[in-house]
Design a protein around this ligand. Structure first.
Ligand SMILES: [Fe+2]
Ligand SMILES: [Fe+2]
Length: 272
């Protein structure tokens, strides 16, 4: 299975880039499954239902979230009827929506996609390691599902690496999100799980992690609350990775970074 994962969409710049380019990326790279983090899609904070619909129409199969899940409160009443929008698995019991979705592709193959939040330098939440292990006890890679993708939304690279090693051999891909900065550590772990500590964002990098740089810098310099942060609106870099998996085992055969447009160095996986 060929899986494209894109990191946090930030604001209009990121949305416009993904909506304009995802159809062609899907075709050119023969993508079977596109999973996109959209926690910052709506003006940098949250995901409005109408914007989710536009992203689905552009070819996103599943939208994942994170600590900004409920910044657009309309999503709270919407997510129960939108199973392809996935919020963190370790939110408290009774939270609307689900932390994973079992998706059946057009050709009948099935994939499990989950969104899990880390706890280091983040909100206090339930144990991501234990809850993910519980989730995986109900799905067998290469048997009941052809692929398992976990978006681990976390701040600390140490927690991300520990989480990936904990799941090595049990899932197809562990990919970090939340820092909005792509890391260069994409690789296949010894047990066959593809890993990258952070996918980066789909947003304007001439910014402070997607937000307008003047206001963001002023907060650090003056140490006083300043004007509200607004997403930077220059050309976005679409950041993510492409993973090929073996349908018999569900494990990764290759992983390659993707960076298209905007201020970052460009990287395009080989077309399949
Ligand atoms: Fe984010
Ligand atoms: Fe986040």
């Amino acid at each position: 299975m060929r899986i494209l994962f894109l990191g946090d969409i930030v604001g209009r710049s990121g949305r416009d880039a993904v909506e304009a380019q995802l159809p062609e990326l899907r075709r050119r790279l023969s993508v079977d499954l596109a999973v996109v983090n959209a926690e910052n899609a709506s003006h940098g904070f949250g995901l409005a239902p109408a914007m989710a619909d536009s992203l689905f129409a552009a070819g996103c199969d599943v939208l994942t979230l994170g600590n900004h899940a409920w910044d657009r409160k309309e999503l709270i009443g919407h997510i129960g009827g939108a199973p392809r929008i996935v919020r963190p698995l370790n939110f408290p019991p009774g939270t609307p929506g689900a932390g994973s979705v079992l998706l059946t592709l057009a050709d009948g193959r099935r994939a499990l996609i989950a969104n899990v939040m880390g706890r280091l330098f983040m909100d206090a939440l339930d144990d991501p390691f234990r809850l993910t292990t519980e989730l995986l006890s109900r799905h067998r890679l290469g048997t009941t599902v052809s692929a398992i993708v976990i978006d681990f939304h976390a701040e600390a690279t140490s927690e991300k690496a520990a989480f990936a090693h904990h799941l090595d051999g049990k899932v197809s891909l562990v990919v970090g999100t939340h820092t909005h900065t792509p890391t260069a550590d994409h690789r296949i772990l010894p047990g066959g799980t593809a890993f990258q500590a952070d996918a980066g964002m789909c947003g304007d990098y001439d910014s402070v992690i997607g937000m307008g740089k003047e206001a963001a810098v002023a907060r650090f310099v003056r140490k006083m609350p300043g004007e509200r942060l607004q997403p930077a609106d220059g050309e976005a870099t679409i950041c993510g990775l492409l993973v090929d998996t073996d349908d018999r085992t569900g494990l990764a055969r290759s992983v390659a970074p993707l960076r298209v447009g905007g201020a970052l160095s460009q990287a395009m996986p080989e077309p399949g």
